[in-house]
Design a protein around this ligand. Structure first.
Ligand code: DLL
Length: 436
């Protein structure tokens, strides 16, 4: 099933023609209505009439989170405030939030692109959908909310937190679709088990998980625990929120809504556009946004894009699950390490829970990592022989996947912090500890 079959199955030529027409309009809108863009384009010596082909996009300067912060709160809006009907914001970990505004047309587009991945996962108007993302300035909950309503599903806007209540509602209301971060889904599953439920106590059938990465291994554990078919969806508030890309039933990459966003892959160090199929940083340009059009936004997310048509019939290109963010990448003893790679390595080992933490330290001017992993069976911690075996197995797995020898610490069940939104897996002590 497709939500907007005509848009979702356009020919490549059709997509590119539409993208070029919309790109020209977007650049002009930015130039005419956003002083920040006018200044940056003038400085780069670019005027909107110079955009003749899609490749000409590379003449446009990049936009970063910093640009939005410099124009806090509404300085990047292209539409007058009377036309802005909603704002959202992303807090980030440091500094001012980045604020985005939506016109009524933006909200319409948004709910349609969210509906696309909801329907692609198999959700229908007969489903009962529990939204366990936090409601508020975060785009996750309201983004999914309007998409699900558009599809006609019954929405339970429970928000995140109060996990026992989540589970009670899930059972009493007969929830069939769960919407949350994968980490929170894992926690809900764990808590349900602790309370004595099995997956047969619920009517769950689909999980729409996003807002953070989820390895295939972790996805299988959530699917087994809750009895769902899980799909991944990607987005960021600066460009819209959820809906920018989402998996179909084949789960071989997330279809990018190419009629509304133009995607490029660049080398994060040089900014150079990389050939199709390369892995690098995703750069996105909005093609339909009125409230806050965004030119060449550097997402910092590392991925690659596959332009081959998909078995599902959709023609929109698919982005691979992200390897992580370029700013999360650790360089340990010369090896580039993404937390997701460690996750994949450890979750392949039996007897390990998917909760882990990576502690980075600097000793003797060298960075090193300790991976803390929870065992499923706490009594194992008293059986030294087995414990040592398990530890060695995990260490070997990480060595095989990353070529990195690191310390592995096994912890008792339920001792590593749980998250109700996005997980924070890396604890970086390098700059808080004194160097020894
Ligand atoms: O997380 C929007 C969203 C909400 C997407 C709900 C999907 C579902 P922000 O809070 O602005 O927006 O965070 C954006 O989160 O640059 C990625 O680093 C990360 N991210 C989002 N989705 C995924 C995903 C929302 N499926 C940042 N896989 C992005 C990996 C993701 N990372």
């Amino acid at each position: 099933m497709m939500w907007q079959p005509e848009a979702e199955t356009m020919s490549r030529k059709g997509i590119e023609e539409l993208q070029l027409a919309k790109l020209k309009k977007t650049v002009k809108n930015c130039y005419d209505n956003v002083p920040h863009y006018r200044k940056k384009l003038d400085e780069a010596g670019v005027n909107p009439d110079m955009i003749k082909t899609l490749d000409d996009i590379r003449y446009l300067p990049f936009t970063t989170k910093e640009d939005l912060r410099l124009n806090y709160p509404f300085g990047m809006f292209a539409a007058p405030m009377k036309d802005i009907v909603r704002v959202h914001a992303s807090s980030g970990t440091t500094g001012l939030p980045t604020v985005v505004g939506y016109t009524r047309h933006d909200l319409d587009v948004w709910s349609d692109i969210v509906a696309r991945f909801i329907v692609a996962a198999g959700v229908t108007d007969e489903d009962i959908a529990q939204i366990s993302f936090g409601y508020g300035l975060f785009t996750g909950a309201l983004g999914l909310h309007y998409g699900l309503e558009k599809v006609g599903a019954t929405v339970i806007p429970v928000s995140s937190g109060n996990t026992e209540r989540q589970i009670k509602l899930m059972k009493d209301f007969g929830t069939t679709v769960l919407i949350s971060t994968p980490t929170y889904a894992m926690y809900i599953s764990e808590t349900a088990k602790k309370l004595g439920y099995t997956k047969d106590d619920f009517k769950l059938r689909i999980g729409l998980f996003g807002s953070e990465g989820c390895s295939i291994e972790m996805r299988s554990q959530i699917e087994d625990g809750l009895g769902v078919f899980a799909t991944d969806n990607y987005g960021l508030s600066e460009l819209m929120g959820p809906g920018i890309a989402g998996e179909c039933e084949y789960r071989e990459g997330m279809h990018i809504a190419e009629d509304h966003f133009y995607a490029e892959i660049i080398d994060p160090n040089t900014g150079e556009v990389l050939p199709k199929g390369s892995t690098g940083e995703l750069v996105l340009t909005s093609l339909s946004r009125e409230g806050i059009p965004v030119l060449r936004y550097r997402t910092k997310d590392i991925t690659r894009i596959d332009y081959e048509p998909c078995k599902c019939g959709r023609t929109h290109a698919r982005m691979a699950k992200t390897m992580g963010r370029s700013d999360d990448m650790l360089k340990i003893k010369g090896v580039n390490v993404f937390p997701t790679q460690i996750e994949s390595a450890i979750l392949g080992v039996d007897g390990i829970s998917p909760n882990y933490q990576i502690v980075v330290r600097r000793q003797n001017y060298m960075d090193n990592i300790e991976v803390k992993v929870e065992v499923v069976d706490g009594s194992l911690l008293e059986r030294f022989g087995e414990l040592e075996n398990l530890q060695k197995k995990i260490q070997k797995q990480i060595l095989v996947v990353l070529g990195l020898d690191c310390k592995v610490t096994l912890c008792s069940p339920m001792t590593i912090e749980r998250f109700q939104g996005k997980a924070k897996r890396v604890v970086d002590l390098r700059f808080t500890q004194e160097e020894k």
